[in-house]
Design a protein around this ligand. Structure first.
Ligand SMILES: N[C@@H](CCC(=O)N[C@@H](CS)C(=O)NCC(=O)O)C(=O)O
Length: 215
């Protein structure tokens, strides 16, 4: 039995997309993206912080999208989506797997402004600051993608899924990055069938819809 706990618009899209890239069968459990939806006794018994994603694979229960990606790749991938220890691209593979969160924390902060903070408490200053820091983090990605089509020189891998989700979130919140290599890479990622299946479960409102004119 394999099960992914997920919320529409959340980082669990990373795990969902990767499961589709790997062609694995699983049950998708979609929870409401709210405190009430995520802090039920039933879900806290599965994932003690009450966040998504959480993967159940047989007897194993795992949270943290980066750990889930590494586990899925090392258990089920044939070398197409991950770089094993000893592979020359292994250090870069690990770096980008974790850099995905460095990018995403700024997107998450923007999401909090729209999901968890009541309208009267939303801060245009936080929105501007986080949008700026998000852009700076994507500039680093742009520098690498100017040299090759995917994050690793040898081609598409699970780290494009990990960081690609962060770029997807950024795009929904603040629009296209305006960084040529990032926007071209995003178009390549968005054309993948596995991305499209996962993206159908990831709608979020844009910051322009929430706070027009701030960004
Ligand atoms: N670093 C964790 C972050 C998990 C996380 O914070 N997920 C968000 C959704 S994007 C969540 O469940 N938020 C609900 C909350 O904070 O209560 C990961 O990558 O899995």
């Amino acid at each position: 039995m394999r099960k992914l706990y997920h919320c529409d618009g959340a980082r669990s899209m990373r795990s969902l997309w990767l499961l589709h890239e790997l062609g694995l069968e699983f049950e998708l459990v979609t929870l409401p993206f709210s405190m009430a939806g995520l802090r039920t006794p039933d879900y806290l018994a599965v994932s003690p912080l009450g966040r998504v994603p959480c993967l159940v694979d047989g007897d194993l229960t795992l949270f943290e999208s980066g750990a889930i990606a590494q586990y899925l790749c090392e258990t089920y991938d044939d070398g197409r989506l991950h770089r094993a220890p000893g592979h020359p691209e292994r250090p870069a593979w690990l770096q980008w797997l974790h850099y995905a969160e460095t990018v995403a924390v700024h997107g998450a902060s923007l999401v909090q402004q729209q999901v968890f903070v009541p309208p009267e408490q939303r801060s245009p200053v936080v929105v501007k600051l986080e949008a700026r820091r998000l852009h700076k983090a994507l500039e680093v990605v742009d520098g690498v993608l100017a040299r090759h089509d995917y994050l690793l020189p040898s081609g598409f891998s699970a780290v494009d899924v990990a960081v690609g989700y962060s770029a997807h979130l950024a795009r929904q919140l603040v629009g296209p990055s305006g960084l040529p290599a990032v926007d071209a890479w995003y178009a390549r990622l968005a054309a993948r069938p596995a991305f499209q299946r996962a993206a159908a479960h990831a709608p979020v409102k844009t910051m322009q819809e929430i706070m027009p004119g701030v960004i």
